[in-house]
Ligand binder design. Structure first.
Ligand SMILES: [Zn+2]
Length: 105
């Protein structure tokens, strides 16, 4: 199968991200300290965690989309212009669905 290497990479990253997201969700749902000063710190912490969680979620979506494109046989060509994506770009950023010029646009 074509793009086997990319698929393996994507699956590996997907597992890592899902684990990270799981941790973040658990950390955020921990009960808050009754101490007011502590609460402020915890809230700040939640905001940071929320950012990480959102980032992870976005990456997960991109990876899932890339995996779907691998099974559909459309992986490796740009989702915007249909031109083949540079293999070096796919190697560095396997979840990308856009060629360099479309990503920059
Ligand atoms: Zn393109």
């Amino acid at each position: 199968m074509k793009f086997q290497k990319e698929e393996a990479k994507l699956r590996e990253r997907l597992v890592q991200l899902e684990e990270r997201l799981d941790h973040v969700t658990k950390d955020m749902s921990k009960s808050h300290s009754p101490d007011f000063a502590e609460q402020a710190t915890e809230r700040e912490n939640d905001e940071v965690l929320g950012g990480i969680g959102q980032e992870a979620q976005t990456s997960i979506q991109h990876i899932r989309a890339a995996l779907a494109r691998i099974s559909a046989g459309t992986y490796g060509s740009c989702a915007s212009c249909g031109k083949p994506i540079n293999p070096e770009r796919l190697d560095a950023l396997p979840e990308t669905v856009h060629c360099v010029s479309c990503a920059a646009a």
